[in-house]
Design a protein around this ligand. Structure first.
Ligand SMILES: [Zn+2]
Length: 247
């Protein structure tokens, strides 16, 4: 059966002598692994369309339950060259792709997640320094997939964050915990009340509103620190298994 869908290349893995396994985030099939025959040979018909970040229209053949369908065509819609050529941007976008690879189950369509990645990449083409864009992406991704840290209440007793002083975020709990619930706060990340409020408002913004927002640098840094620690902690834990076998 021949399928067609839009996809963004998340990674490619060498398979055998000249073949590749390409992992896409697709609009209609979610995370999808396909087998690409001989793309590493010169004059491959796939050209540069299998580079990570490339947004293309792809066709693949394979039964509904085939572990590894075969890629038959991929036509570039947007190459996102500029994002790959800017080193800092490449590092940040690679982190975004990594979230998809780690947290998403295979073959479960999630158009919201696809649209989020596509829209951010389109936006980054014109504003590659956008710290807020990267943060927004991570927060929205974790919100949609259910892995967002809780900053609106104590993860144990449900008490609201303090209005003066700082709150303590615990990576291993994925939430803030109040002083009454935890004895020692030595390994906590401090979060000001303004950062907690700002975090809440970021989640309420629509994507289209982002360019009108002037985000205070210190709050961005505070929240980015919590998000990055949370993500590093989650990435270190195995969430799902994946294995390739050619069918
Ligand atoms: Zn508590």
């Amino acid at each position: 059966m021949l399928n067609r869908t839009e996809g963004i290349v998340l990674k490619n893995t060498i398979f055998g002598e000249a073949d590749l396994i390409v992992t896409y985030l697709t609009r209609d099939f979610g995370l999808l692994n396909v087998f690409a025959k001989s793309p590493r040979k010169i004059k491959s018909r796939f050209g540069s369309s299998l580079e990570p970040l490339t947004y293309s229209m792809l066709s693949f053949i394979g039964k509904e339950d085939a572990n590894l369908p075969r890629l038959t065509q991929s036509d570039i819609i947007r190459p996102f060259h500029a994002l790959r050529e800017d080193f800092r941007c490449l590092v940040s976008t690679s982190e975004m792709l990594e979230l998809n690879l780690h947290f998403l189950p295979e073959r479960e369509d999630n158009e919201e997640i696809f649209e989020l990645l596509l829209n951010i990449l389109l936006k980054l083409e014109s504003d590659r320094s956008g710290k807020l864009l990267y943060l927004y992406y991570k927060m929205k991704f974790l919100e949609i997939t259910g892995y967002l840290p809780r900053l609106d209440m104590c993860g144990r007793c449900g008490r609201k964050p303090v209005s003066n002083g700082s709150n303590n975020f615990y990576i291993s709990h994925g939430s803030i915990i109040c002083n009454a619930c935890i004895g020692s706060n030595s390994d906590a990340i401090k979060l000001s009340q303004s950062a907690v409020k700002f975090y809440k408002s970021i989640l309420q913004w629509r994507f289209t509103a982002l360019e009108r927002i002037r985000a205070p640098e210190n709050l961005l840094t505070e929240i980015a620190c919590v998000m990055d620690s949370h993500i590093r902690y989650m990435l270190a834990k195995p969430l799902k298994s994946s294995g390739f076998s050619k069918t």
